[in-house]
Design a protein around this ligand. Structure first.
Ligand code: DAH
Length: 345
């Protein structure tokens, strides 16, 4: 009988040692310690022994049971420590590995200029107006004091969709919509940024699509001095402190008087350089006092109110500000160009 006990012990120890997963070890537990296991089988053989033999045999089987249980516990602990280690090894994070760079887009330089202007003018109490790019001849030309056959129509080669519908050639079309919408109510103080279109051949300084921002103020006692102060403030904010503006007489059908506006060259501080072609001044926009006839056509009494307006090209501002020499860069979507503006975001 002792041999049998010895044999079961050896078998159990071998099975426990060989178990390499908790599942296999559990099978060994059932095989030896289970209700139908080998140790229980030894116990049931007790009934065949004599009274004298029983206690010693019982003790031996109990010790066998304890020994096998202890070995099982120990192996289970080893296996779970091992499993834990393996799991951790599998989950290890290599923090020295460089991260994956997600290539985020950048704000387009023209949108940056637009946002800068919007912040600037909203800060002075202006509203931002929007309007359609596919526009009626009426708002783009008629209300802007440029009737059919007016020679000024030649100043802006136009993409016509039908005789009354076109791609707006200037943001002045939005100015007209806003004037009409106001129904004579004062004051008006707004800017209208947006895309405009002209039937030009693209080259370094022309693009068939470009951007403008229109400014419009109408109220009582609005003068050319207000326009000059406003534009000087804008020039200082966009091109740096110390900018001066000067007006040169010009002609636009929707303003009287009309002016071309120059800013003192931000590159040479007005001394003369190759950017300003030695003049010390750079032309940046067209402006003027809203023509009384435009006010009247839109339902305002031009004896009681007056207004100023201006229209600035965003490409022109961006080109000067960032030293860009070809307008086509804005529309080529060359990432090497666009990425240069990342640092200004
Ligand atoms: N609409 C003009 C253009 O596209 C620019 C302009 C000039 C707008 C004078 C104005 C203005 O509002 O007063 O060339």
């Amino acid at each position: 009988m002792s041999d049998r006990i010895e044999q079961v012990l050896n078998e159990a120890l071998a099975a426990i040692a060989a178990a390499d997963t908790p599942d296999v070890l559990n099978e060994a537990r059932i095989r030896f310690l289970g209700k139908k296991g080998s140790i229980q089988a030894l116990m049931s053989e007790m009934k065949n022994l004599s009274k004298e033999e029983k206690p010693a045999f019982g003790q031996k089987v109990n010790s066998l049971k304890t020994a096998v249980s202890e070995k099982l516990e120990q192996r289970m602990a080893e296996l779970s420590a091992f499993a834990q280690k393996e799991k951790m090894a599998a989950e290890v994070l290599d923090i020295t590995l460089p991260g994956t760079k997600i290539d985020a887009g950048t704000i387009h330089p023209l949108i940056m200029i637009q946002q800068e202007l919007e912040d600037l003018f909203v800060g002075m109490g202006y509203k931002i107006a929007e309007g359609p790019e596919v526009e009626e001849d009426y708002y783009n030309f008629e209300l802007a004091n440029i009737p059919q056959d007016h020679p000024a129509r030649d100043m802006q080669d136009t993409f016509y969709i039908d005789p009354n519908t076109l791609l707006r050639t200037h943001t002045t079309a939005m100015q007209m919509r806003e004037l009409e919408k106001a129904k004579g109510q004062l004051p008006i103080k707004l800017i209208c940024p947006g895309k405009v279109y002209r039937r030009d051949d693209d080259d370094a300084t022309h693009s068939h699509q470009f951007m403008q921002c229109e400014g419009l103020v109408v109220g009582e006692h609005i003068t050319l001095a207000d326009l000059k102060g406003t534009l000087e403030y804008m020039a200082n904010a966009m091109f740096g402190e110390g900018r001066k503006v000067r007006f040169r007489p010009s002609y636009f059908p929707f303003t009287e008087p009309s002016v071309e506006v120059d800013v003192s060259c931000p590159f040479c501080n007005g001394k003369g350089c190759n950017v300003c072609k030695g003049s010390g001044w750079i032309e940046i926009l067209g402006a003027g006092m809203v023509h009384p006839h435009v006010l009247e056509m839109n339902g305002f009494d031009s004896d009681k109110c007056s207004g100023f307006a201006f229209g600035v090209g965003l490409e022109r501002v961006a080109m000067l500000k960032y030293g860009i020499d070809d307008i086509r860069n804005f529309y080529m979507n060359d990432l090497r160009f666009l990425k240069m503006f990342e640092r200004f975001d």
